[in-house]
Design a protein around this ligand. Structure first.
Ligand code: PGA
Length: 258
């Protein structure tokens, strides 16, 4: 079964809601129906832009998916500053990033907490994009595979086979995020294959065959084609280059060059 590639643009803490609208408008100007058919395209703006982008997507009937950068693992209540999964699903958010390395390193998110967020996202009818990846020190110590395997297994606790098959896992080596350093296409593909085999072992092969595994970390127009043509890479999680409509469109249109 062919897996449909998914390209998601993680805007991080950039752009106000007016700039966000402008970026999506410029992006869709470049895209044609065959692009949306070939590839699932998702934008992941900050919370403050979700409503504006939802309205734009609905009003113009855009075939663009909406993602959130994180969410609370709690249902509701006295959690000042947090945003619940129910609030996101009401805004037609389809995907939520869980365990991005910046959340793990800057905000202390552990695998256990990420797992709770993954389950909360599923409970509200959305799909997690679970981010995993090793640091430079871990890679240099030869621990990359063990670290990524451990993250995948811990974050899939109490996740059903059907849920696992429907979600996305993004392999993002921490040393490649925002640094301009990309993993070689072979290394990236190898680790994405490892993620898939871990999922096959935890569930069964048919689950792993359906799972989409993205690569993330300094994906740019110049290296996207080489990465995206690898057999175990089913798309990209794009940070910096997703803030430029021209660059992000080139990455989304990669299939045209295949
Ligand atoms: P980058 O970010 O493309 O700017 O390296 C990727 C990410 O953090 O998802």
């Amino acid at each position: 079964m062919a897996r449909r590639p998914i390209i998601a643009g993680n805007w991080k803490m950039n752009l106000d809601h007016l700039e966000a609208i402008g970026l999506v408008q410029r992006l869709v100007y470049h895209l044609e129906p065959r692009d949306y058919e070939a590839t699932e395209i998702v934008v992941v703006p900050p919370f403050t832009s979700l409503r504006s982008i939802q309205t734009l997507i609905q009003g113009d009937r855009l075939d663009i998916g909406l993602g959130a950068q994180q969410c609370s693992e709690e249902e509701s209540g006295a959690f000042t500053g947090e945003v619940s999964p129910a609030m996101l699903s009401r805004l037609d958010v389809g995907y939520v990033l869980c365990g991005h390395s910046e959340r793990r390193t800057l905000f202390g998110e552990t695998d256990e907490l990420v797992n709770r967020k993954v389950r909360a996202v599923f409970a509200h009818g959305m799909l997690p994009i679970l981010c995993v990846g090793e640091s430079a020190e871990q890679r240099d110590a030869g621990e990359a595979e063990a670290i990524v395997t451990g993250q995948v297994l811990a974050c899939l606790e109490e996740v059903s086979a059907e849920q696992a098959a429907s979600m996305v896992i993004a392999y993002e080596p921490v040393w490649a995020i925002g640094t301009g350093r990309t993993a070689t296409s072979g290394d990236a593909d190898g680790m994405c294959a490892t993620v898939r085999s871990v999922v096959a072992g935890r569930y069964e092969q048919s689950v792993a065959d359906r799972l989409r595994v993205q690569y993330g970390g300094s994906v740019k127009p110049g290296n996207a084609a080489e990465l995206l043509r690898q057999p175990d890479i089913d798309g990209a999680l794009v940070g910096g280059a997703s803030l430029d409509a021209d660059d992000f469109a080139v990455i989304c249109r990669y299939h045209r060059t295949r």
